[in-house]
Unconditional design. Structure first.
Length: 632
């Protein structure tokens, strides 16, 4: 009997040996929990849900403690950014309290989640599954929501990447498995045919396809992911999207671990890789996001390739094939639901829907192209060769910085024959300003493709000379040239996006008899911040006043924005740049002057803006004006 007991104890010690022998790294890791690992859609009571959270949290804490000397676990409701500053790495697996409200404005087609992290947060963080998108959307993370459909296996990983090579040894078990069937629907992205099988390694033992209500993982969009220096795609994974979708990647100080499982359902090799990922991301403290992807559906040049394919007969037939496959799967699931119903079993909401599902007929080829090609259908109709010719010939001159999945031809850039992602474009545009040659075109190019707004050609040239070796072009970050720097002022998304918004605000016509026109609008920045703009357009040769010295008799411009109940000003009113008129300190606004007020709250009516100003030229002043304009 004693022999058996000793043998049992020996076996337990043998099983625990890898853990006991594992040398832990002196690091402080903060695990922020709150997820259950299940999409129960309200089917479980709160007590059960909390029990699932505790189990998942305990699993993560236990696993991390095998590799690191200090591990703390808190619920996401308790987490603050300051808390993360005291740890080497934060593992985010729950939804914290929002710091900015969500945005829903159907009239402007804007729907944004709340903001949970500030843009200047730069502590190393690993986000689990859909947390990557939930926390990253409002701060411009490229770890976006391409598809919540990641399964159990990883593929296409960069084998020489540090997370697969240490400091913890990874005992990788690689197997050859069938290439995900959905990947073949995106075959047009690749020049070569995808193989029928590919090397993979198992990350988790359970997934949403084999376990009811199990949370799927998240893959992010790959096009434009690596067009800025602070990003890297590390691994793909089996999903319902392209073979290139990002299952594991990094954007700045954020590490995207798209797989959803807790350590309870992770393989040993996945735990080792994850532990290495903790060590790896810890090196990026203070190295936050440079290129911000506020628009998840921003077009890139990859969309031109898709447009060529989707307009073709081959592309249409591929869509029909996908539709047929989906219908077959739904019919199969409906049959299973019928059998459950016949046995008297309780049906899920999805199964009830499937029993009553009536499939719509597939669209005709023309209808499909019209829906997909948008405005290009008006130009090319069903002429496949015309689509191919247009996008192929103009690939270097396409622009996709406005709207969702919208590409257009930049005629200014094409007229110069220089691609917009070629740094010679900036050099040429600045030279045009210096030479006084086609200056309006030069200003349009510099305004569209940089975040700067210099008043003189000399200032433009100095900026270019100072930053030439650090400039890079990002499509996913807004089709703009940025400086590879995190120094304050090096890049200014807020100012750039505000100027873009202001250019779309139209005022009335100004004349010498009516030299000032004023209008107001309420707009959203790409990150969801809400503003009221009051825009003055001033006829050439006239001006209105900014600050007025006690020695001068003029009337300063005043803007009073009357906010409705439930809406508040977030910051002081932002004033336009002004020109100094005299040594005593009086300043003036010329041409265009825009006052900007950042606000917060749900706006359900027009906002009243009360404006007072006096307009003068060099010889005469007009009577002071008091007007009211409405921000729609």
């Amino acid at each position: 009997m004693k022999t058996r007991r000793y043998l049992f104890v020996f076996l337990l010690l043998l099983m625990a040996y890898p853990i006991l022998a594992q040398k832990r790294i002196p690091m402080r890791v903060l695990y922020v929990g709150g997820a259950t690992g299940y999409d129960d859609n309200g089917k479980v009571d709160e007590a059960t849900r909390q029990q699932q959270v505790r189990q998942r949290t305990a699993s993560w804490k236990q696993m991390l403690e095998q590799y690191f000397t200090e591990v703390t676990a808190v619920n996401a409701s308790e987490w603050t950014e300051e808390m993360s500053s005291r740890y080497d790495v934060t593992v985010m697996d729950g939804t914290p309290r929002p710091i900015t409200p969500g945005v829903q404005d159907p009239a402007k087609q804007i729907y944004l989640r709340p903001g949970y992290i500030s843009e200047d947060f730069s502590c190393p963080m690993i986000t689990i599954g859909e947390m990557s998108s939930r926390l990253g959307t409002r701060i411009g993370s490229k770890n976006d929501w391409y598809c919540l459909c990641l399964e159990n296996y990883a593929h296409s990983w960069k084998k020489d990447h540090p997370i697969f090579n240490g400091p913890f040894k990874v005992k990788m078990k690689v197997e050859r498995r069938a290439t995900p069937s959905h990947a073949f629907h995106f075959q047009y992205e690749d020049d070569e045919r995808l193989p029928e099988t590919m090397p993979m390694w198992q990350v988790q033992t359970r997934g949403y396809k084999d376990t009811p209500d199990y949370s799927p993982g998240l893959v992010s969009r790959h096009w434009g992911y690596e067009d800025s220096p602070e990003t890297e795609i590390i691994s793909g994974g089996v999903s319902s999207k392209s073979i290139h979708a990002v299952a594991i990647g990094r954007h700045g100080n954020y590490f995207h671990w798209g797989f959803s499982a807790s350590p309870m359902d992770m393989t040993g090799q996945a735990k080792q890789v994850f532990a290495n990922a903790v060590v790896y991301i810890s090196k990026f403290r203070g190295q936050g996001i440079i290129a911000r992807k506020y628009n998840e559906a921003i077009a890139t040049r990859a969309d031109a390739k898709a447009a060529i394919y989707m307009a073709s007969e081959e592309g249409y037939q591929e869509i029909i094939k996908m539709n047929d496959e989906a219908m077959e799967e739904m019919q199969r699931q409906a049959e299973v639901a019928k059998q459950k119903q016949a046995r008297g079993e309780t049906l899920t909401e999805t199964e009830k829907y499937l029993l009553n599902f009536k499939p719509a007929p597939p669209p005709s080829h023309e209808t499909f192209v019209k829906q997909y090609a948008g405005e290009f259908f008006d130009k090319f109709g069903m002429d496949f060769a015309a689509y191919k010719k247009f996008f192929t010939e103009n690939m270097n001159y396409l622009y996709g910085g406005d709207g969702r999945l919208h590409l257009e031809l930049d005629e200014d850039v094409k007229s110069l024959g220089i691609p917009n992602n070629d740094i010679r474009l900036l050099d040429t545009a600045i030279s045009m300003l210096e030479q006084g040659k086609d200056t309006e075109k030069a200003r349009r190019i510099l305004s569209r493709y940089t975040q700067k707004d210099f008043p003189t050609a000399k200032a433009w040239r100095q900026w270019f000379v100072d930053n030439k070796d650090k400039l890079f072009f990002t499509e996913s970050g807004g089709w703009v040239w940025l400086v590879n720097s995190r120094e304050p002022g090096a890049n200014d998304y807020a100012g750039w996006l505000a100027r873009k918004k202001v250019r779309h605000i139209e005022t009335g016509t100004v004349t010498p008899q009516n030299p000032v026109s004023v209008t107001a609008e309420r707009e959203y920045a790409d990150n969801g911040d809400q503003y009221v703009y009051v825009k003055f357009t001033i006829y050439r040769g006239f001006h209105i006043y900014g600050h007025v010295s006690n020695e001068d008799p003029f009337i300063p411009t005043k803007v009073n924005i009357v906010l409705p109940e439930g809406v508040r000003a977030v910051e002081p009113l932002e004033l336009p740049a002004a020109r100094v008129l005299s040594k005593n300190g009086t300043t003036i606004y010329e041409d265009t002057a825009v006052f900007r007020q950042k606000i917060s709250g749900k706006v359900s009516s027009d906002i009243t803006c009360e404006v007072e100003y006096q307009c003068c030229d060099d010889n005469v002043c007009l009577p002071p004006a008091n007007i009211t304009v409405k921000a729609k």
